[in-house]
Design a protein around this ligand. Sequence first.
Ligand code: ZN
Length: 568
Amino acid sequence: MKVALYARVSTQRQAERGTIGSQLQVLRDRVTASGDELVGEYVDDGQSGARLDRPGLDALRDAAEAGLFEAVWCLSPDRLARAYAYQVLVLDELARFDVRVHFTDAPDLAADDPQATLLTQVQGVIAEYEKAKIAERYRRGKLFRARAGEITTWKASYGYRHVSRSAAAGPAHQEIYEPEAVVVQRIFTDRTAGLTVREICRQLNVEQVASPTGKATWAHSTLSRLLRNEAYIGRVYFNRTETVPDPRATRRTRQVPRSRDEWIPIDCPRIVTDEMFEAAGRVAHDNTKWSPRRAEPGAWLLRGLVKCGACGVGTNCHKMRGRNGTWHRYYYCRNHDPLRAGGQELRCPERNIRADALDEFVFGQIRAALTDPDLLLAGEHAVAVTTPIPDDELLCAELARLDRKIDATSAERRRLVDLYQAGLIDLPELQRRSGEVAARNDDLQTKRTSLAAERTALAHGNLLRRRVKDFARQVAGVIDQLDNTQRQHLLRLLIDDVHVTGWHVQIHLRIPLDAPDADHTRPGPNRPTPPPSGRRRVSSQDRLRSVGDPQRRQLPTQRPRPRSCPNS
Ligand SMILES: [Zn+2]
């Protein structure tokens, strides 16, 4: 009979110790003893039994399909696969190709032998259990060693080297790696001297100091992280994250951070002093606090509002000293930074924008818009034309008609009473007919009330025109007395954003007007923009025409009209 062998060892270490050789020897002896012809040996060296895609097993399955042998010898079922489900899969497949599987350490699997099947199943289950137990024991062992102060992660921070546990070196620990520690010290010294992270990056790159991952350039984030790494003051942490199942289809697990009280601090040799570490942390804080942008509030009037027209991203504020010693303020596109743009070739082609020129131009435009009632009304009108406005005269006529009808019903009642007194109709007839007249009168009164309300609303709308004029006059009175911070606040209230492309400036306005039923006398920009109200159409009961909700008379808050003006 033609037979094959299958052997597997799971790790490289087991492979080195010759387990694969001893497995094969056992199997070969067995084949010789049974007098069969050995036609192939299929071996997986250092392959985990937790997965099925192993080269040796694949070759065995292919050969079985090709009918090269009739039986396979193997040490035990868990050599085929660790998981029971996989074992069954492989055994079923081989059975389909009429290949019998013999185990030297387990009874042969006969389809009609329930005891053997059960044993195979139990062996698979035990193997799974062992694997879980080993993983758990390994994790707990690591935790225990970390609590005892031993560094259990092989990964060391920049400036250190990991020394594994051994008889000579003792417990696993970290040693200072002098060539890198010098760089760490220098980074901290530069930082405490007030250099920016970017500047330190640049200098390291110029001097061709390799980054922690061996790259030619230091990233801003790498250096920021390094400056916050507590290993440099003698503390590394274990147990900072935990592994949880990942719901994403392609991943099995992911790491999430644990709360800080679960972290286990482990001592390591320090590279910088506590004072230096803290001083470096303070620089970051001070740089933000004493930034010229904070020191000169309102200096960049449009701070946070200017967008680069070419890239569509926001701009940063920047101050530079000119050749003759004067300061120039700029807005510059964030994509000027090749790191942020994602590559040198993706850098923004636009030049810096002169902040004083842009601020003055935009403020001038806003000032003109706010002090010109016609401009404001044009905007209001543009919104109002979309809904029909009830005509005042038409409403008046309708009201008069209703009043006449109501008078008529009163006259009709009087006539009915006259008829009754004259004895021309009897009492039940009087009651029936006066009931009809009363109902008609009620109906007319209701219509009149609603129409009168509409008329008030219309008068209210007309008031807006006067209020806009009033508003513009008030603005003109105060707008030139605002200081820079107040101007900045005003611009933020009125402007959505300012797109600058070359010499072309596009201001996206949003003009907040108060709701018409709020305070009439002091409309102003100093209140928050009301949310746009939904439009409601109310049909008058007399089917005069549908009228708008008085609420509609406020301007929409988002981008009414882009105004395009060439920058001067
Ligand atoms: Zn840009």
